[in-house]
Design a protein around this ligand. Sequence first.
Ligand code: C2E
Ligand code: MG
Ligand code: MG
Ligand code: MG
Length: 286
Amino acid sequence: RAKADGRGTFCFFREEMAQVVESRRILELDLRKALANEEFELFFQPLVNLKSGRISTCEALLRWNHPVRGTVSPTDIIPIAEDMGLIVDLGRWILRRACMECMKWPEGVSVAVNFSPQQFHQRDVLSEVRYALEVSGLPANRLEIEITESSLLRNTQVTHDVLSQLHSLGVRISLDDFGTGYSSLSYLHNFPLQKVKIDRSFLEGIDTDRPLTLLRGVARLSADLGMSVVVEGIETNEQLELISADGAVTEAQGYLFSPPVPAVRVRQLLNASHGRRPPDDQLRAI
Ligand code: C2E
Ligand code: MG
Ligand code: MG
Ligand code: MG
């Protein structure tokens, strides 16, 4: 009997595996068409400067409005796009779109764009960035590029050179999800980085001593190294108070302020944050 059950389980898994493979194959086919069919959309989530209380930056976050599946999460899209080699085309679209959108915002507000490792390590990444700034007309100092620790694993001269060249353009580099990967503290001073985004996993148990000490330590260290410090995933006022207390954290991002929202909605938030009436054409779009 146990044997029969075992075999049943095995068959069940095999069937399920086949389904996973099949569903992924369909997703790949759909993904190829999605760019041409204009099914992608950028949402934006504000980062709030803790001193001024104003929105300093909005992060572009990819959404896929799939005709059948509805909204597909970027965590499902990006890895597949990387495997397919589609990330370069997709990343180019995201970057240009984000820069163009930022041009509609008040002048003090920047846009942050996530770069996957493959995108960051593509040979002509510098010309991609230069071109996106050129066609959009966005000043380089209003663009932030978010990379993760996995982009820095190749600790080569090339990686250093790309970072310095981007920095010379005037673009800021932000280290995203800090604390989730290998988190070598040496990254913070070995690479020219201007911002650190402490991952929201650091907020777990933050109402107890040890996690709070850890978060504050990382924030203080980054600030002392001359970097701006962001904490991601702020959902409650208590969390906000705890991270604000000692002044090392410069910006916060999270559902407490706003979830990622469509472009039209983020313009409303920015107009409210920067005390401006939206121009007439935007009013109509709203
Ligand atoms: P990320 O860059 O760390 O983005 C933050 C993610 O955390 C977003 O998820 C956001 O919706 C979510 N988040 C923000 N505030 C809160 C909060 O208070 N609580 C909780 N629980 N979550 C919060 P999203 O939009 O699903 O994106 C997931 C990841 O997908 C991003 O993580 C980023 O790594 C990747 N991604 C998104 N858009 C792009 C893109 O255009 N290009 C690339 N290469 N990756 C992207
Ligand atoms: Mg990010
Ligand atoms: Mg992040
Ligand atoms: Mg994250």
